[in-house]
Design a protein around this ligand. Structure first.
Ligand SMILES: Nc1ncnc2c1ncn2[C@@H]1O[C@H](COP(=O)(O)OP(=O)(O)OP(=O)(O)O)[C@@H](O)[C@H]1O
Ligand SMILES: [Mg+2]
Length: 251
């Protein structure tokens, strides 16, 4: 699985002409985009435009009908795919954080490294404690999910994903289900990560955040990328009528 030919001057994630259908419904109609190491890209667009589908194709939660997706040079959509290797490289956080309710924050973060990476308990715990600190939850190590706010649970979910030491993180509307007062703390956590150089692909409705954090914005509508560019160009000088219409409704 490791691709020895890949070097960091090539895209870490490369999506080329991807088509994806559910039955007769074509949801992605030839999508291409590249993400370089350390880049943060935001995907925005109306509901149903294919954002979640695209992001799920990157870590093989969805199959594709045509095109190609590579992660560090390795084709994702091939029978030869080693899913475990892919999951080690690509972390994903969803709107629903799905923590294990009967495990503490610390235990939730320790689990995958022990079960999947076969780390010792001591090593997993050391890493988990550091990650809980990183997402600014020191003191909550022993708390159960039910004792944490939505924003705190989401930060545990981010720490859990980071515990696999991924090279790229996918975030699909991770603040959409949160109370407004806890949205910010999650965005701060993601911003910290981005500033440390984590490669991030985010689907978000938080336009202020996208403008602040993204190197590049992609706007999707009905399965195609309609327009893309750096935030300043995208938000202040959108060209396509569909982008303008979308932005006029939300900004
Ligand atoms: N498992 C599935 N089976 C059938 N159709 C699906 C499936 N998942 C998504 N779709 C359809 O694919 C289209 C794109 O869905 P997707 O979830 O990717 O949109 P989205 O841009 O993420 O929307 P939202 O902003 O509401 O999250 C929609 O028409 C949706 O109904
Ligand atoms: Mg979605």
């Amino acid at each position: 699985m490791p691709n020895d030919n890949w070097t960091p001057d090539q895209p870490l994630v490369s999506i080329k002409d991807v088509r994806k259908s559910f039955g007769s419904l074509e949801v992605l109609k030839g999508v291409s985009l590249d993400v370089m190491k350390g880049e943060v890209i935001c995907i925005i667009g109306p509901s149903g435009s294919g954002k979640s589908t695209l992001i799920r194709c990157i870590n093989a939660l969805n199959d594709i009908q045509a095109g190609s997706i590579t992660v560090e040079g390795q084709e994702v959509h091939t029978e030869k795919l080693d899913k475990l290797e892919l999951r080690k490289k690509v972390g994903m956080v969803f709107q629903q954080y799905n923590l294990f309710p009967h495990k503490t924050a610390l235990e939730n973060v320790m689990m995958a490294p022990i079960k999947v990476l076969r780390k010792s308990k001591a090593e997993a715990e050391q890493t988990a404690r550091a990650l809980i600190k990183k997402v600014r939850l020191d003191g909550k190590e022993g708390a159960y999910p039910g004792e944490l706010s939505g924003g705190q649970q989401q930060r545990v979910a981010i720490a859990r994903s980071l515990a696999m030491n991924p090279d790229v993180m996918l975030f699909d509307e991770v603040t959409a289900a949160l109370d407004p007062e806890t949205v910010k703390e999650v965005l701060v956590t993601i911003k910290d990560l981005a500033q440390e150089g984590m490669t991030c692909i985010l689907v978000t409705h938080e336009m202020g955040f996208a403008r602040e954090i993204a190197d590049h914005i992609y706007f999707t509508d009905r399965g195609v990328i309609v327009e893309h560019g750096p935030p300043a160009t995208f938000f202040d000088n959108a060209q396509d009528p569909r982008t303008k219409e979308f932005l006029s409704q939300i900004l």
